[in-house]
Design a protein around this ligand. Structure first.
Ligand code: PLP
Length: 396
């Protein structure tokens, strides 16, 4: 069977489904990226991303996946041999640390149990012990996509300040941005990293850095050998709305449309919508008698929910069954939790009925795969939806 009727449920935590409006915006003839019409596209995208990061400082856009923007953050703001303090929230934090090692940095990991966000107290304690200020940056993942936990970024900033430490604060908000609150300027973030295919509702292929004046100064005075990722060349071209090399023109058309949609809905409504769908999903999981991987209250993600399988059951076999019978893609467990968890994405272009379809698909999949559970998770989720005000819908 090659054609399956109805829509596929792409409920992995990125790439997330792309709304029709964005698909149409992308589906346009390509234009001259050095011609007169492009500057407006480039400027709109750069200014628009500032509004999404909530910053008045520089934003850089790369034709690259999120991993590219991770590398850009490290090679621009840090120098070879620098110590960096990183926090093991999960798989993505671990990959970022491995990258830092490959680039010749000296990362130090605060170990975590993959069941919550970064602990600001542990960061403060480590920074206080670093009297010589050898640590040049603190790197934290905002929304850890492998576990469904959110790190308290404002508190991490407060911890750095309380320790009186000058380290830069670098934050991976690849899957957090445009789904859960992020405030670059207010929270004193120095470098933020993001990508197009999660909360921004675009296909993969764009990634971003937001850069504070302090991080920009660090890159001008130091940094590593770099060319493609160089903030300085980007900044020089971006001033007039252009790029130093060919940008992903059509993805920028889509980005401008996605940003307009996010502001139409209202960023605060977008965040509340995600929080509400996260709460409803967790209610379903608990009703099924399964365990949510994140166990730190208040740090559960509105982007995705990672669910622990009952002992002796394979998460991957369950996901395969759900895909085969119900045409729903769920996220897999990564590295340490491979085959032990599955992840339900509830981000981006997503509403109450998408949630209902998604949870129904999961429950039917559990049944079909013979995974022990209590039926009726959807009802438990619907009760939560009913009890929480739907953001953006005025009372009658
Ligand atoms: C998706 C993701 C990445 C990796 O981004 P790519 O676009 O796959 O390179 C890194 N960190 C987090 C938190 C992510 O969600």
């Amino acid at each position: 069977m090659t054609h399956r009727a109805g829509r596929h449920f792409l409920q992995i935590p990125g790439p997330s489904p792309v709304p029709e409006r964005v698909l149409r915006a992308i589906s346009a003839q390509v234009i001259d990226h050095r011609g007169p019409d492009f500057a407006e596209v480039g400027r709109t995208a750069l200014m628009g991303m500032r509004s999404i990061f909530k910053t008045g400082q520089d934003v850089v856009i790369y034709p690259a996946s999120g991993t590219g923007a991770w590398e850009a953050a490290l090679v621009n703001a840090l120098s070879r041999g620098d110590r960096v303090l990183m926090y093991e929230t999960g798989h993505f934090a671990t990959l970022w640390k491995k990258m830092a090692e490959k680039l010749g940095l000296r990362p130090e990991f605060i170990e975590g149990d993959w069941r919550g966000g970064a602990d600001p107290d542990a960061i403060e304690t480590r920074l206080r012990a670093d009297r010589a200020h050898e640590i040049k940056a603190v790197c934290v993942v905002h929304n850890e996509t492998s576990t469904g936990s959110v790190s308290p970024i404002a508190q991490v900033r407060a911890a750095i300040d309380a320790a009186g430490h000058p380290a830069l604060l670098m934050v991976d908000t690849i899957s957090g941005l445009a789904s859960i609150d992020f405030r670059f300027d207010e929270w004193g973030v120095d470098v933020a990293v993001s990508g197009s295919q999660k909360g921004l509702m675009l296909p993969p292929g764009l990634s971003f850095n937001a850069v504070s004046a302090k991080a920009m100064a660090a890159s001008e005075q130091g940094g590593m050998p770099r060319s493609y990722w160089d903030w300085r060349e980007m900044k020089a071209s971006n001033a007039s709305g252009y790029f130093p090399y060919t940008p992903a023109t059509n993805l920028l058309f889509g980005l401008n449309e996605a940003i307009a949609m996010l502001h139409d809905e209202g960023l605060e409504n977008v965040f509340a919508r995600h929080a509400r769908h996260g709460a409803a999903t967790r209610a379903a999981v608990r009703h099924w008698g399964l365990e949510v991987l994140c166990r730190r209250q208040g740090q559960e993600s509105g982007v995705l929910t990672a669910v622990l399988m009952p002992e002796g059951h394979s998460a991957d076999a369950f996901r395969k069954t759900a895909l085969r019978h119900y045409d729903i893609s769920l996220g897999n467990g990564l590295s340490k939790v491979a085959d032990k968890v599955f992840r339900i994405g509830h981000l981006g272009d997503f509403n109450d009925l998408t949630l209902a379809g998604t949870l129904t698909g999961v429950e039917l999949g559990l049944r079909k795969a013979g995974v022990p559970h209590r039926d009726g998770g959807l009802d438990a989720a619907l009760k939560v939806l009913d009890d929480m005000p739907a953001p953006g819908i005025a009372a009658e």
